[in-house]
Design a protein around this ligand. Sequence first.
Ligand code: GLA
Length: 381
Amino acid sequence: MDFDRIEKIFEDKKNFRGFRAPGRVNLIGEHTDYHQGFVLPVSISKFFYFFLRKNNVNKFRVYSENFDELYEFDYLNITFNKEKPWVNYLQGVITEIVKLKGEIPCFDAYLFGEIPMGAGLSSSAAYEVAVAYGINTYFDLKIEKKEIAKLSQRAENNFVGAPCGIMDQFIATFGKEKTALLIDTLTLDYENIPFDINKRGLSLVVIDTKVKHSIAGEGYSTRRREGEEALKILRQHLNINSLRDLQDETFNFSQKILPSPLRERVAHVFNENKRVLAFANDLKNDQWQNLPKYMLDSHLSLKNLYEVTCEELDFLVEKALEYGAFASRMTGGGFGGSTVNLVPQEIIDRWIEKIKTSYEDKFGFKPEILVLETSDGVREI
Ligand code: GLA
C-alpha cells in the first residue's frame, strides 16, 4: 500500500490515524454461530486498512483505493447505496455508532482492502471492524471491544442487509497471532488456543474455488430460516432457547419428530458443536493426530446434512487429501468460496501444482491459492 496516496487525495496526510483489521479462516464450527453455538476461527495476515482524520466541512469524504472512488455524504443522506456498495459498510457502522453514542464529527477517510473479496475470508467483517475500532479510538468514544464486534455485525445485518452471525466480526476484533479463538457465540466468552502450525511443519492454505453460486445469499438465509422453523417445532415440546441447547437426549427426540430436511440441518448443528469442542480440546492437549478427522467429518456434514457445499468444494477437499494434505474442509458460508487446508511444508509446492492442474482440468478455470500466516486482531498502525 502506498501511504502517500492519502496525501494526493486529501492534499496532505497530517493528523490521519490508521487502523487495520484482519480477515479470517474458520478451522471448524460452520453454520453454528447463528444457532448460538461454537466456532474456532483464526485471524489471517491479510488486512483491511482504515485511515481517518476529523474535518471541518460538515460532510464525510471517503476514498476507496480498491475502487478508486471518492464519495461524499452528510448525515442527511446516509442511505443504502446501490451504485457504490462499498460505502454501505462504512455508513452502516456510522449508523450503529450514532445509535449508541450520538452524532460524531465528520471525517476524511482512506480505505484499502487486501483481503480478496468474495473468497469467504470475511473481507467485509474486517472492513466494518477496522472502521468501528478506528472511529471509537479516534474520537475516544469508550465503546468496549465486544460491543465493537457486535455493532459491526449489526451494521452488516441492518444496513448492508446480510444476515450473518457474529463469528467474523468477533475474530477480526479479538484474533491473535499463532492462536485459534474458541468462541461461544451465546455468551461471547472466548478462549485463545495455541495454534502454531509452522512449528508443526504445516502451512495454512486457503483455496478459493473462484465460484460464487447464485444461490449463495439466498441459500444462507434459507438455512437460517430452516433453523428457526426447526426451533419453533422443538420448542412446542422442549424448553430450549436455541439449537445450541440440545443435549443427547433432546437431540435424539428432535431426530424423531422433525421432518426432513430440518432433521438433517439440526443434526449438523448438534454434531458440529460437539466437533468444535473436541477439536479445541485436542488442540489444547497436543493431540493433533485427531484434527483431520474432525475437519473431514465437518465437511461431509456440510455436504450431506446441511447441504452448503458444491461440486468445486467437494472436489478440492478430495484432491487435497489425496495429494497429501494433513487436513482439509470447506470454510465460511459455502455455495462456492474456499477450502481451508493444513499442508505439510515439505510437499507444499508440488501439492499446489497438482491441485491447480487437476482443478483446471476438471472445471476449465484456475482456483486461487493463498498460503497464509495468522495475525493479531484489529489495532492502530
Ligand atoms: C458466514 C457468516 C458467518 C457464519 C459463516 C458460516 O461467514 O458471516 O457468521 O455464519 O458464514 O459458518
